[in-house]
Design a protein around this ligand. Structure first.
Ligand SMILES: N[C@@H](CCC(=O)N[C@@H](CSC=O)C(=O)NCC(=O)O)C(=O)O
Length: 288
């Protein structure tokens, strides 16, 4: 049975509501979690389809809600957007606030297996199970398959959650995702820290590996990825979208990789293509 939601704040937005809720989370070991949700005007007359947006390193549930500019399209299409946090907060793990790319704000959407992270750093289960159960129980959000998208670390989360749970997600897209965390500096640090040295365990959270080992995933349709060409993290080999594209080609998975001249990694990039991502998911959810 899902727990209760505490309304923290609400703002009228494009005829609907942006709300922020807090709740006690069993998934992350009893800590308080906060998320944002956009409910379009159509939610006043009945349950609407939902898209989950996973944010990147250093972000919270507020980041995509405030800077993604997704709500206008969501209101037009009658879809809700749920914005989870990017990690547990206040877990009390020694060193969790030392680095911006590991620990607080950097949960990587995995269920940690390593001490001292494994009690609280369980964002995979939080996003996959607990949060959907809560929002469909308490809010006018349709049960059944959802869409999922994200940015950078959140793009990695969206891709891996969708590929591992095709019964739960109908569509997936990403902005500048970390496509091959097994092999890139951010991913090596985080996955080894949370999951240890066993490569097979870490590989379960690697989109490129999942595509090669378990793909294709025809029920997901086309995987949409937008990437800015002037993104400094692309140059630093943190994102490697072409590696995922090659894996998709090898396995016969439809993927649309769009490289955008001049765009960087920021929310100026994300928000420039946000409407297209909302329409992409709304189209998929409308067929269910
Ligand atoms: N502090 C870092 C930069 C952190 C950063 O750019 N975070 C991105 C996500 S990166 C991958 O997950 C982000 O979305 N930031 C929030 C924002 O509002 O832009 C550094 O020193 O480079």
């Amino acid at each position: 049975m899902p727990g209760d939601l505490e309304l923290v704040s609400e703002w009228r937005h494009f005829g609907g509501w942006m709300r922020q809720y807090a709740h006690e989370s069993a998934a992350v070991g009893g800590l308080k979690m906060t998320f944002n949700v956009y409910l379009p005007p159509q939610a006043e007359t009945g349950p609407v389809p939902v898209i989950y947006y996973l944010a990147g390193l250093t972000c919270t549930g507020e980041t995509g809600a405030q800077k993604g500019h997704f709500a206008k399209a969501a209101a037009q299409r009658g879809v809700a957007i749920v914005y989870p946090d990017t990690s547990p907060r206040g877990a009390g793990v020694a060193g969790e606030d030392d680095d911006w790319d590991f620990g607080t704000g950097a949960g990587f959407y995995v269920d940690a297996t390593q001490q001292p992270w494994s009690k609280h750093y369980r964002m995979y289960t939080y996003v996959r199970e607990e949060l959907p159960a809560l929002v469909t129980e308490h809010l006018p959000i349709r049960k059944g398959k959802a869409g999922i998208f994200g940015h950078s670390m959140g793009g990695h989360g969206a891709l891996t959650l969708a590929m591992r749970n095709t019964d739960k997600y109908a569509s997936v897209s990403a902005f500048a995702p970390i496509c091959n965390p097994l092999e890139v500096p951010w991913g090596v640090k985080a996955l080894k820290g949370y999951l240890g040295d066993d490569r097979a365990t870490r590989a379960e959270y690697d989109a490129t590996n999942l595509m090669l080992e378990k793909g294709p995933f025809p029920s997901l349709g086309t995987i949409l990825v937008d990437q800015g060409k002037a993104d400094k993290f692309l140059d630093q080999q943190q994102l490697t979208p072409h590696v995922l594209q090659e894996a998709c080609e090898k396995k016969g998975q439809s993927m649309q990789l769009r490289i955008h001249e001049g765009y960087d990694h920021s929310y100026y990039f994300v928000s420039s293509f946000g409407e297209e991502h909302i329409n992409f998911h709304a189209d998929a959810l409308a067929t269910l």
